[in-house]
Design a protein around this ligand. Structure first.
Ligand SMILES: NC(=O)c1ccc[n+]([C@@H]2O[C@H](COP(=O)([O-])OP(=O)(O)OC[C@H]3O[C@@H](n4cnc5c(N)ncnc54)[C@H](OP(=O)(O)O)[C@@H]3O)[C@@H](O)[C@H]2O)c1
Length: 339
């Protein structure tokens, strides 16, 4: 059995709540504190905030009080990064695992990336990012690639009706409910896919492939009528679905692809079919096709997003200092979860 690890949760939104549910009663993790971004969450029991029984720990917005708990690791699942907080956490001696996949690439620019790296080196700590997609689903594709003696194209597709995730802030940031002919839509959609550009580069490096560039294509579907989803409304004619691909290109060929089909409901034109899961396809010798199909509540409950980082905590705490990517850790698996 590994040594027990002290962990602080950073925010209790969709993914943070799933991480807390995955850490309470965990065989090697002791949840010792929690940061609240929302003022109305400060002082409240984090079990209550995450939809489970009270755990006897109150959320706080006092960063130094949390670091005084001497956590081995912070699970950082805020909606947007606060680089002052990240720098302080890493230099204080706590590792960070996060579902903000762009944090481990260059998506936020050189300056913040350099700040994080230097803070980690000062603190002797590591930052690791994952999630389900980007994150674990592409790792499964890479694991499948070990069966091939020639690979012409490797692709991962996320294909979901996303309405149960009920995250208005995120969906609007992706371009949903915009006028379909708004010239900003392609830019907004591409900006929201920045993490997939990092993912394509990680996959290409893992395959020993030098890519010439990363290309992006997307198209939208429009709502057939006005719909009230409860958490947001969507007007007829506005963006109700987005599908596209982020592709690593070499020699004029699209070789490493992160694809997506995201739909808010079914009433849209065109109405692309969804497979409700992750489809991995490798064209080559042999070709490979597999589907990751989490059963029961997964996407809405964010379990499959949170657990690839929670399950990585012991390896991240043991990793060399700096920003570690998915190829630099032992294969993350559900260790200690057989119960
Ligand atoms: N790789 C993947 O598979 C994957 C999948 C889904 C999401 N993600 C990423 O994971 C992160 C968390 O996603 P989520 O759906 O859990 O997010 P969320 O529920 O919308 O937000 C998480 C928390 O962030 C805090 N917050 C809200 N607005 C904020 C803002 N403007 N700036 C900073 N913090 C803010 C809130 O903290 P309080 O709890 O204190 O209110 C909120 O509960 C996002 O960056 C998302 O893109 C990754």
């Amino acid at each position: 059995m590994s040594r027990r690890l002290r962990v602080v949760q950073w925010t209790t939104g969709k993914t943070g709540s799933a991480a807390v549910r995955g850490m309470v009663d965990h065989p090697v993790i002791d949840l010792v504190g929690c940061f609240a971004y929302s003022p109305d969450k400060v002082g409240r029991d984090i079990g209550e905030l995450c939809g489970i029984d009270p755990v006897g720990i109150a959320a706080t917005d006092d960063v130094e009080a949390l670091l005084a708990l001497e956590p081995d690791c912070v699970v950082y699942t805020a909606y947007r990064p606060n680089f002052d907080h990240l720098e302080r956490i890493l230099e204080s001696g706590s590792n960070v695992v996060s579902t903000l996949y762009m944090l481990s690439g260059d998506g936020y620019g050189d300056e913040p990336t350099q700040r994080i790296r230097e803070a980690a080196l000062r603190g002797g700590t590591s930052l690791y990012t994952s999630g389900i997609y980007p994150g674990h689903a592409p790792m499964v594709a890479l694991a499948a690639s070990a069966m091939c003696r020639r690979i012409e194209r490797i692709s991962v597709l996320e294909s979901l009706d996303i309405q149960e995730y009920a995250n208005e802030q995120m969906f609007r940031a992706q371009g949903f409910d915009r006028e379909a002919d708004d010239p900003e839509v392609p830019k907004v959609v591409e900006a929201s896919c920045g993490s997939f550009k990092n993912q394509v580069r990680v996959m290409a490096r893992a395959l020993g492939l030098r890519i010439d560039g990363v290309e992006f294509r997307a198209e939208v579907a429009t709502a057939d009528h006005d719909t009230d989803f409860g958490f947001m409304t969507l007007d007829k004619g506005r963006v109700a679905g987005i599908q596209g691909v982020v592709a690593g290109v070499a020699g004029g060929r699209s070789i490493v692809e992160c694809r997506f089909v995201w739909k808010l409901g079914e009433d849209m034109t065109p109405n692309w079919p969804v497979t409700n899961g992750y489809v991995i396809e490798i064209e080559g010798d042999p070709g490979v096709r597999c589907k990751l199909e989490p059963m029961g509540e997964h996407f809405a409950g964010a379990t499959t997003t949170a657990m690839p980082v929670v399950n990585a905590i012991p390896s991240v705490c043991a990793a060399p200092a700096g920003i570690v990517n998915q190829m630099e850790l032992p294969f993350v698996r559900g260790a200690h979860q057989v119960r």
